[in-house]
Ligand binder design. Structure first.
Ligand SMILES: Cc1ncc(C[n+]2csc(CCOP(=O)(O)OP(=O)(O)O)c2C)c(N)n1
Length: 257
């Protein structure tokens, strides 16, 4: 499960009933930037994912005195930078483990809700209208995000290795249909394309979309061949879609004739 998800659900319940649980108002809910999978879109509450780079991540956590960890560990930078602390939260921030990383965050949060005397219920996901396609605009991270939010099929899987373009694209997907986000899980680049290929093999009925930065993609270009050659029934032009200028391999098409 995604810990912040559950936290968000209960927090939203509390925030809808401000008279019942005033201390819960305004509590920020963060999601681990490096969680391997996160359910998103479909009108779900979207916890703030910590930024990829340490400077903006530190700015997001600045001033926090307490961080409650639910199936998570204290957030650290993805690289050890000389002269910088690895921990992203302020030095005087206290960590409280509500559920350890191998624990059951859902149960822990449910127990917390009960302890606080707040009625528990699962709010219905609101209907969010799909945004219109951008018209006559150039290809930018914003227009890619808008187009995806408009067209993403329900239940899609998105492999995200956009690096510095990521936030600009993903901010638009809050209004997309329900999808699973598979982000890069650390500083070592090159995972996005093979991850998309693996997801397509594992979930043949679902649309898999690889959002790939060009520099990162160069580390594992072989995946494009695997996709283009239609490996394991994932061919026919639908193993994964990439905004990289890739319109198919003529050689692979010729071989299929
Ligand atoms: C395996 C590995 N080798 C080298 C690096 C160093 N590195 C960090 S970012 C980067 C280039 C990323 O370019 P791109 O994917 O186009 O993303 P952008 O920064 O342009 O958004 C490199 C080579 C790394 N992070 N991981």
């Amino acid at each position: 499960m995604d810990c912040c998800w559950a936290a968000a659900r209960y927090w939203r319940q509390a925030s809808r009933r401000p008279d019942n649980w005033p201390p819960a108002r305004g509590v920020p809910v963060f999601a681990n930037r490096f969680s391997a999978r996160m359910a998103c879109g479909g009108g779900r509450f979207a916890p703030q994912r910590l930024a990829y780079f340490p400077e903006p991540a530190e700015a997001m956590l600045a001033g926090l005195k307490h961080l409650i960890l639910v199936e998570s560990v204290p957030p650290v930078s993805f690289f050890g930078y000389p002269g910088r602390r690895s921990y992203l939260a302020p030095e005087d921030c206290a960590f409280h483990v509500l559920a350890p990383i191998e624990g059951n965050g859902t149960e822990a949060l449910a127990a917390l809700v009960e302890e606080c005397g707040v009625e528990s219920y699962r709010p219905a996901a609101p209907e969010i209208p799909r945004p219109a396609l951008p018209e006559g605009a150039g290809l930018t991270p914003d227009t890619i995000g808008q187009a995806l939010a408009s067209l993403l099929p329900e239940g899609s899987i998105v492999s995200d290795e956009m690096v510095s373009s990521g936030e600009a694209v993903l901010q638009h997907l809050a209004s997309a249909a329900s999808y699973d986000l598979l982000p890069i899980t650390g500083g070592a680049i090159g995972q996005g394309l093979p991850l998309a290929m693996g997801a397509a093999l594992a979930c043949p009925g679902r649309k898999v979309i690889a959002l790939e930065a060009d520099g990162s993609g160069m580390y594992t270009l072989q995946s494009l061949w695997t996709m283009g050659a239609g490996a394991a029934g994932c061919g026919d032009g639908d193993p994964g879609e990439s905004p990289l200028p890739h319109s198919g391999y003529r050689d692979a098409k010729d071989r299929r004739r």
